[in-house]
Design a protein around this ligand. Structure first.
Ligand SMILES: Nc1ncnc2c1ncn2[C@@H]1O[C@H](COP(=O)(O)OP(=O)(O)OP(=O)(O)O)[C@@H](O)[C@H]1O
Length: 255
């Protein structure tokens, strides 16, 4: 069964069909790319999947159930987490607190307990801290745990955003241009981290990316959007050689 399935997913802004009849099917454990020229509708698809926008038409099923109409936080609780094209961190909080915050979506302690700071509260706080530190280690940020997020380099902030998304314990991770602004060495490291976290956490990943070497190197399947519609989907090799894709988007970039 597909983990994520969209059927005729459509979003109209005024007269513009930003997303038009998009059918995606992503299976558990897959690492899938979503590519397309500027303005093709990629981020709008993410905004639909995460409840930022409601579809004008169409269905989104996640884990066998519709998520249409749910609020973003409810969708996070169902198991979809994301990062953003423009990094969104709590800029004035520490690196560690940025990750710990994501856990608080999942941890429940009663009001009285949290006020009185009784046993379970402290125990859970300690567990959260240990888990958050583990994510920081994976993303090579553990030694920066007490730094203020806005003081990190751009590449580090991108990695922190992924660490925070993972801390929400998603089944499906949506990455919006994770390598944007990174140099080739950072991009290479990021690819390895993405592969590793997928295996380690049994994750399913859908990523938007302009960096073709990243998309082609890391994804098993790719969907190509153009003017809101899927014009092709297939393996990286199939996409590279698809004349419609070359015409719409890839041009001379990929050989
Ligand atoms: N809230 C909105 N209101 C009106 N139009 C919008 C809105 N959000 C997106 N659009 C339009 O929808 C189309 C698709 O935009 P979207 O950001 O999804 O494309 P994209 O493929 O992610 O582009 P890019 O690669 O440049 O980020 C664009 O024409 C954009 O201007």
């Amino acid at each position: 069964m597909a983990l994520l399935k969209t059927t005729k997913l459509t979003k109209v802004f005024g007269g513009l069909r930003a997303v038009s009849n998009v059918n995606l099917e992503i299976h558990p454990g897959e690492l899938v790319g979503l590519i397309g020229p500027n303005g093709a509708g990629k981020t709008t698809v993410f905004n639909l999947l995460t409840g930022v926008y409601e579809p004008t038409e169409g269905e989104i099923e996640f884990d066998g159930k519709s998520v249409v109409g749910l609020r973003p936080f409810q969708i996070t609780q169902r198991g979809i987490a994301r990062t953003f094209q423009n990094i969104r961190l709590f800029a004035d909080l520490t690196v560690l607190d940025n990750v710990k915050i994501a856990y608080h979506f999942h941890v429940r302690y009663g009001l009285v307990e949290s006020i009185l700071r009784l046993g379970r509260y402290w125990q859970e706080e300690a567990e959260i801290e240990a888990k958050a530190l583990r994510f920081l280690e994976i993303f090579q940020l553990a030694d920066k745990k007490d730094e203020i997020a806005k003081n990190l380099s751009y590449g580090e902030q991108r990695r922190l955003e992924i660490a925070r998304a993972l801390a929400a314990q998603p089944k499906l991770l949506l990455l919006d241009e994770p390598a944007a602004g990174m140099n080739p060495q950072e991009t290479q490291q990021l690819m390895e981290m993405i592969r590793w976290i997928r295996r380690q956490f049994n994750l399913t990943i859908l990523l938007i990316e302009h960096d073709m070497s990243l998309v082609m190197g890391v994804c098993e399947r790719i969907y190509v959007l153009d003017y809101g519609s899927v014009i092709a989907h297939g393996t990286p090799q199939e996409i590279k050689t698809n004349p419609r894709v070359i015409e719409a988007y890839l041009g001379e970039e990929v050989h």
